[in-house]
Design a protein around this ligand. Structure first.
Ligand code: ADP
Length: 259
């Protein structure tokens, strides 16, 4: 078990609703967990709690068996990489240097990166298929390429778990699939993956585990096959979706009704 969250509760202020309400979740090596839920349910909030970017009001979080309250950011960073939604930084780094910054928790504040760091960055760029972009300015590559660069940056941190906040948002169809393939291959290499998504088909394609967060802050977790049903999807999205098994692709697909 890499991460164990027990009965987490979280509200943004004293009088506001509990966005996270009695949530328990365990994350194991090689496991993929897709978190589905309507807009504003609290998916990003839950990722932030797991990443220790915010603290729960109640409950406990254990990271590799240690109480997260007793860990410093460097210790957390040795286990958890967080891939936020992509953004364009104000300064133009090369793709290589942008990824190299992911080594910061390993390299130390006042040390220079060593040959080993450069090798790790080169391997990560190669793993996500953008080594040829190494010397390009990060601000001048496409959205899809930027997503691959942020994944490479998460990899060089050498974590056990990678948390992705809507990694396919803003990407075209081809790049969504490319990103999902990279994510799936990372889980096959032993990384645990937690991803938030608006697209039930993505959770179905990734397989593994699906967790559904509802507007009352409760999380339901189970095998993707079992948890993604028409009834659940209709409850989550408040619309009449159909799940249809497609022989050609060997899986269920989620189909919206006529307009
Ligand atoms: P999701 O990722 O599922 O769309 P979020 O975790 O972003 O949902 O937000 C959950 C709820 O918490 C929403 O009602 C949102 O308005 C609220 N919220 C998010 N961030 C903040 C914040 N920094 N301060 C106050 N409320 C917030």
């Amino acid at each position: 078990m890499i991460i164990e969250a027990k009965n987490l509760e979280f509200a943004y202020s004293k009088n506001s609703r509990k966005v996270i309400n009695g949530v328990s979740l365990s994350i194991e090596e090689g496991q993929i967990i897709s978190i589905l839920g309507p807009n504003g349910a609290g998916k990003s909030t839950l990722l932030n709690l797991i990443a220790t970017l915010s603290k729960p009001d109640e409950g406990e979080l254990f990271i590799t068996g240690k109480n997260a309250n007793k860990m410093n950011p460097k210790e957390v960073a040795s286990v958890i990489s967080y891939v936020p939604q992509t953004h364009v930084p104000a300064f133009s780094y090369t793709v290589f240097n942008f990824v190299l910054m992911g080594r910061a928790p390993k390299v130390g504040m006042f040390e220079k990166p060593k040959d080993e760091d450069f090798e790790i960055v080169t391997k990560a760029l190669s793993d996500v298929g953008i080594l040829d972009l190494a010397n390009k300015p990060y601000t001048e590559i496409s959205g899809g390429e930027r997503q691959q660069a942020t994944i490479a940056r998460a990899l060089v941190q050498e974590p056990k778990v990678i948390l992705f906040d809507e990694p396919t948002a803003h990407l075209d169809y081809g790049n969504q699939l490319k990103t999902l393939r990279v994510i799936k291959s990372l889980s096959e290499r032993g990384y645990a993956i937690v991803i938030t998504t608006h697209n039930p088909d993505h959770a179905i394609m990734l397989g593994g585990t699906t967790a559904i967060l509802d507007k009352t802050g409760h999380l339901r977790v189970g095998n993707s096959d079992e948890i993604i049903t028409e009834q659940t999807l209709n409850d989550v999205y408040g619309t009449d979706l159909k799940l249809i098994y497609m022989e050609d692709v060997g899986r269920n697909v989620c189909v919206p009704p006529r307009l």
